[in-house]
Design a binder for this molecule. Structure first.
Ligand SMILES: [Mg+2]
Length: 362
């Protein structure tokens, strides 16, 4: 046994109301129902991970995630946290496609090891960059509310605004135009969360173009299995398409690389954990696809870890790590979004640099 041997793994719910319902094409989320994982090492160090299950994505819930993490815990006791890829393999063998549970366990183990060995996680991933500027999202709301949100976002110094669409093409165009008028200099990203057909998606882009609005990215315009439709929007729309829900693992990334049905891949830790996220990014990069880092509804713990991965690997042109802003209170201490929506990871001395506000051992 060494100081980095895992001696305890536990999980507790992280439940919080959100500031307002987060409305997207598939429905609204009103509460944060996540799980915080803690891994304790023989040397006494503890590390923390967040699992943010999204039932609509793969059926994972807070309850099933607590159960999955607790069920996998015995298999990790006695393993060395300094061997993250071996751990990731064991976790995947036990949990399969339960991406949020895998992410929570991997994150807590990586955090514990890197705290113990005193290096920041961005260094583990490669240290390509240490700063990352995120977009801020406008959910599906009426145009006047979207305009108000856009002005607030610009006042924060944030340069990229992501707009949720995919519910009703006319309403969606009105919302995007309202944001564009309220924040004319902002870079705009659209996310339809599978809400359109290819024809609808192309019609929305044409309508926006008549008003002189050209988004920088169009995320998941069509149903996740409609690869032909996605390819058509990417080819004919004049705006790069990002595959999010369509890519739920390394096999999907490889398929996307082969058939080139989109130009960008949205990488999320909660879809497949951390080791596989790095694989998805490597496959995308090798295929010449662009990279986006995204998140489910995560606190600064999950977002921080995603920021370390994206900055450490480098080359992520699209950063969507803003969900902590939706929380009624911040349950974490440590790394925070700074001016202009920037994560400055150079200040992190060890681990993710984020821990629950409750006292360790409570
Ligand atoms: Mg998305």
């Amino acid at each position: 046994m060494s100081a980095t041997t895992i001696v305890a793994v536990d999980a507790r719910p992280l439940t919080l109301p959100m500031r307002e319902p987060f409305e997207i094409a598939g429905g609204a989320q009103t509460r944060v129902e996540n799980v915080v994982v803690r891994v304790r090492l023989k040397g006494g160090t503890a590390g923390f991970g967040e699992a943010a299950p999204l039932p609509a994505f793969n059926g994972e819930t807070q309850a099933s995630t607590l159960k999955a993490v607790r069920g996998a815990a015995p298999a990790l006791i006695g393993e060395d946290a300094a061997r993250p890829l071996l751990l990731a393999r064991k976790i995947e063998e036990r949990l399969g496609r339960l991406g949020a549970a895998r992410a929570g366990l991997e994150m807590a183990s990586l955090d514990a090891w890197s705290r113990r060995a005193r290096f920041p996680l961005w260094a583990y991933f490669g240290g390509a960059e240490t700063r990352l500027a995120t977009d801020v999202t406008v959910a599906i709301v009426p145009p006047h509310e979207a305009a108000r949100a856009a002005r607030r976002i610009r006042r924060l110094g944030v340069k990229t605004i992501k707009i949720k669409i995919g519910r009703d093409p006319d309403d969606d165009v009105a919302r995007v135009l309202a944001v564009s008028r309220a924040a004319p200099k902002a870079r705009l990203l659209l996310d339809a969360n599978q809400g359109y057909t290819a024809a609808q998606a192309l019609a929305v882009l044409r309508a926006l173009s008549r008003w002189g609005v050209k988004p920088a990215l169009f995320e998941q315009p069509v149903a996740k299995d409609d690869w032909d439709g996605m390819a058509r929007v990417d080819r004919e729309g004049g705006v790069p398409v990002a595959a999010d829900e369509s890519v739920s693992g390394r096999e999907d990334a490889w398929r996307l690389a082969r058939v080139r049905a989109a130009s960008v891949v949205n990488v999320k830790l909660m879809k497949y954990g951390i080791a596989e996220a790095a694989e998805v990014a490597a496959i995308a990069r090798a295929a010449g696809l662009g990279l986006m880092i995204g998140a489910m509804i995560e606190s600064s713990l999950g977002l921080g870890c995603a920021a370390h991965l994206a900055a450490g690997l480098g080359g992520f042109a699209f950063v969507d790590l803003d969900t902590a802003l939706w929380f009624t209170r911040d349950p974490m201490r440590g790394l925070k979004l700074g001016p202009g929506g920037t994560y400055d990871l150079s200040a992190v001395k060890a681990g993710v640099g984020v821990a629950p506000s409750w006292r360790d051992g409570q």
